[in-house]
Design a binder for this molecule. Structure first.
Ligand SMILES: [Zn+2]
Ligand SMILES: [Zn+2]
Length: 422
């Protein structure tokens, strides 16, 4: 019979990669706690309308990449392609705007996009998401950059760039839209079909196009950054000042636009050349109109997401010596009678005890212990039982000693030697 396999673009995660995921989450939670973020868990499945309304119907995500289906009740549902939409929905649904002056929330979990799978890109991927609602001041923009910096430092990553830009507000974007349309009209013949459509509906999206010819055209275009309104200009200047005060270097990339419609003012991306062509592994920005557009009161917002798979590719392998625990080699029924009391004592004291579930020769059990690379082996046979002892072998120190056959004493001695091994 044919074996059932994972869906295309989906996969199992385990071993060293999963260890890195856990380390990333541990370090992240340390700083999200320190900086006052509250963790939430939101549904993976939401109404399709939520994403269409928040992300924007002319974006690649909504046009091509969502896992959308109709359920038995006839409703259109979508597996979340990103976290912010759900965070805004939850903020409104829980009425936090009425009870909190500002809200700092974060979340960790899987996202789904129906993209062509390629190296390091999967249809199910994991994001850490951070959002702040109710703060329009630029200092919070800088605080998020500081949070990113602390995270990357502690994870041991030093080859990266933080790129920042301002994509302005409705006022500056409206006047820039006209400038852009005028420019692209003169270069219409060079644009791809998608971009011709974008030119009608949302010319700013042309900057996202991956078509080489379109990239050449946008290379010559006027930039929104150069026509920001005074308010947006001041906000960006303040942001830069705060970032500098934190002692963090950022690069202004005037061409940086995020692939979603809702961003305003500050946007940023963290990139690494070590990741190849798709080099961004964290990205975010401000979305001061989104909460209102989703039916809430006018509320400023800013956030960012970390691509966990991509960040894990940059995390160096752990240098910590792994504790591989102890193996209990017991020969004969009388020896096996001691198994449960030794397993209980080890587990209670935080020592991993492994053993062969089925009766085997001492030689076979030693081979097994070797395979598992255990740090210690306990040996118990009829001879030891006669003498009331148990043998403890320290595999790394290559020493061996006899201990009284008493689980508590055995555990204490292993713990003492574990410290000595380090
Ligand atoms: Zn503006
Ligand atoms: Zn194009």
């Amino acid at each position: 019979m044919e074996k059932i396999r994972t869906l295309r673009g989906f996969r199992d995660i385990f071993g060293e990669e999963l260890e890195k995921f856990k380390r990333i989450e541990r370090v992240f939670r340390k700083y999200s706690d320190l900086l006052g973020f509250r963790e939430v868990e939101l549904p993976v499945l939401e109404k399709t309308e939520l994403f269409v309304r928040s992300i924007g119907d002319t974006t690649d995500i909504v046009e091509k990449e969502m896992f959308t289906f109709t359920d038995v009740g006839g409703d259109s549902l979508t597996m979340r392609p990103e976290a912010t939409a759900g965070m805004v929905r939850s903020y409104l649904q829980e009425g936090l705007y009425a009870t909190e002056r500002m809200t700092k929330v974060c979340s960790v979990g899987p996202m789904f996009r129906h993209e062509r799978p390629q190296k390091g890109r999967y249809r199910e991927f994991h994001q850490i998401d951070v959002e702040v609602f109710g703060v329009k001041e630029a200092i919070v923009d800088a605080e998020l950059i500081f949070m990113i910096r602390m995270l990357l430092d502690e994870l041991g990553i030093d080859r990266y760039r933080i790129e920042v830009n301002s994509v302005g507000c409705k006022t500056c974007r409206e006047s820039f839209r006209k400038v852009l349309i005028d420019f692209f009209e003169t270069r219409k013949s060079e644009l791809c079909e998608d971009c011709l459509r974008r030119l009608e509906r949302n010319p700013l999206r042309i900057f996202d196009c991956k078509n080489e010819q379109c990239i050449r055209v946008t290379g010559d275009s006027p930039l929104l950054f150069d026509s920001l309104c005074d308010e947006c200009k001041d906000h960006f200047t303040l942001f830069q000042g705060y970032v500098k005060e934190f002692g963090i270097e950022v690069d202004i990339n005037k061409r940086l636009v995020r692939g979603l419609d809702y961003y305003t003012k500050t946007v940023f991306e963290v990139t690494s050349e070590d990741l190849g062509a798709q080099k961004a592994f964290m990205a975010g920005g401000r979305y001061d109109n989104l909460v209102e557009e989703m039916g809430g009161p006018a509320t400023a917002g800013i956030g960012f997401a970390i691509g966990v798979e991509r960040l894990a590719m940059l995390v160096p392998a752990s240098r910590e010596k792994e504790d591989r625990g102890c193996f209990f080699a017991c020969v004969g029924d009388r020896a096996r009678d001691h198994l449960i009391s030794i397993l209980k004592a080890c587990t209670t004291e935080g020592i991993t005890l492994r053993y062969a579930y089925e009766a085997k020769s001492l030689k076979a059990q030693m081979r097994y212990a070797d395979n598992l690379k255990c740090d210690f082996v306990l040996i118990l046979g009829d001879d030891e039982i006669e003498k009331g002892i148990i043998t403890l072998r320290n595999m790394s120190a290559k020493t061996q000693q006899e201990l009284p056959l008493d689980p508590q004493k055995v555990v204490m001695e292993i713990k003492r030697q574990v410290i000595g091994n380090r």
